[in-house]
Structure formats: C-alpha cells, structure tokens
Write a protein that binds this ligand. Structure first.
Ligand code: MD3
Ligand code: FE
Length: 215
C-alpha cells in the first residue's frame, strides 16, 4: 500500500507545496534498480562532463531514455545521441518508468511519463553546486529523483540563488518529487562523505526522471 503523505510517517516530508520526500519509497526495488543501472552503464558508461565554463564535474553521469542531458564547452542540452558513442542512449527500463510514475502519483502528479533519466554517480567528495533544472521544454511535469547507496545532504534553496538553503538528508531508497511551485527551485548536493554501502559500494547513485518534451 502507498504510504499516506500526510500522516506522521517519520520519513515522508512535504518540503513545500509540490516538493515531497517519500522516505524509502524505492527501497524494495533497490537490487533490481542497480541491476538495470549496470546494464545501461555497460552501453553508455559514466563520464565526467565539462561545464560550459570549463570545469570538470565531480559527479559522473550517464543517461537512458529518448534524450540524455549533456554538458560541454558549447553549453547544456538534451541530446538524442550519446556524444561518446554517437549512438542513441539506452532505452528507459520499464521498472524505471513504473517507479517514477508511482512516486509522482503518490505526490499528487498523476500520469507522469518521463522521457529521460539522468544517472548520477557520486564517489566520496563529489558534489553538485546550487543550480536550477530548466533545460526541459515541459515546464508543468515534475522531476522525480531516487537515491541509492551512500547517504547525501541535499541542499534545498529557494527561488533565488541567494536564498539560504535548507539541508535535507537523503538516504538509500528515498524518492523525491519536485513539481508545481517547487519545480524551479535552486538545489544541490553537499560533498558525499566517505563510506561503503552493501549494494553500491563506495558510491551514491541518483536517478532523476524528467519529461523533456511536451506531449
Ligand atoms: C529540485 N541531482 O541531476 S536530485 C540533477 O542528488 C540533480 O543527484 C541531485 O540536481 C542529485 O539535476 C538532486 C533532486 C532534485 C532533482 C531535480 C530537481 C531536486 C530538484 C529539480 C527542481 C527542483
Ligand atoms: Fe538538478
């Protein structure tokens, strides 16, 4: 049964309207998710992208789905082709679509059909500085994230870069849904602390499901 979002379940949390943490939502599917990630990464290996300003990102990334998010000296964009292989990104597994849709529905966004999934791998010390996700054409759809492996401290800023961020612990299996007024908030991830997780080893994985195209 889905957890009631508005009960006192300690690990579900409404950050603000549209932004909901679903504690442990994907934990029961963790091994299947990691197996599917392994298959994707065999075809589209993790890589450290370079920002338009020339900085190598500490997070290693890959994608599955109709398009993938990439960055290089020319800018950020969604690309139907993996620039490393010149081939299409691997298809999004059915399990990914199902879990993302269920999490979105639990947070009040029915009929979420993601067309892209960014796979982030954080080794100890890797971080993501405060940013907004605004390369998607569909501005109404939420973004769903699933965290696996080592814990991380998520930075939840406001609508302005200068707003002081809240810090939220995200642990293995947590799903977070960001939609409505929360969709364009600034956010980031503090450097991941060293540790070993029984399923992922010395790493945190994060899947972010996006709807890039309006349908
Ligand atoms: C809030 N990833 O890939 S997931 C990203 O943990 C990204 O890897 C982080 O930020 C990670 O772009 C955070 C949570 C998240 C993702 C997208 C959002 C929060 C968001 C979009 C809008 C607002
Ligand atoms: Fe983001």
């Amino acid at each position: 049964m889905l957890p009631d979002l508005f009960d006192d379940a300690p690990r579900d949390l409404m950050l603000e309207p549209g932004a909901v943490v679903l504690g442990g939502f994907a934990a029961g599917h963790d091994a299947a998710l990691m197996d599917a990630i392994g298959v994707i990464l065999d075809a589209a290996p993790l890589r450290h992208l370079v920002t338009p300003g020339g900085w190598r990102m500490s997070v290693a990334m890959s994608n599955c789905g109709r398009v993938g998010w990439v960055s290089d000296r020319r800018g950020y964009r969604y690309d139907p082709v993996d620039p490393e292989s010149s081939r299409a990104w691997p298809a999004m597994p059915g399990l990914f679509k199902t879990i993302a849709a269920r999490a979105a529905e639990a947070a009040g966004f029915p009929a979420f059909v993601p067309d892209a999934c960014l796979i982030n791998r954080y080794e100890p010390g890797a971080r993501l500085s405060l940013h907004q996700d605004r390369d998607e054409e569909d501005r109404e759809a939420p973004i769903v994230s699933i965290s696996l492996g080592l814990p991380a401290t998520f930075l939840w800023g406001g609508q302005k870069r200068g707003d002081r961020p809240r810090r939220i612990r995200l642990t293995h299996g947590d799903a977070v849904v960001w939609g409505g007024p929360a969709r364009f908030a600034f956010h980031g991830v503090d450097p991941v602390a060293d540790g070993i997780h029984s399923l992922t080893g010395r790493a945190r994985f994060n899947l972010t499901f996006r709807k890039v195209f309006r349908s």
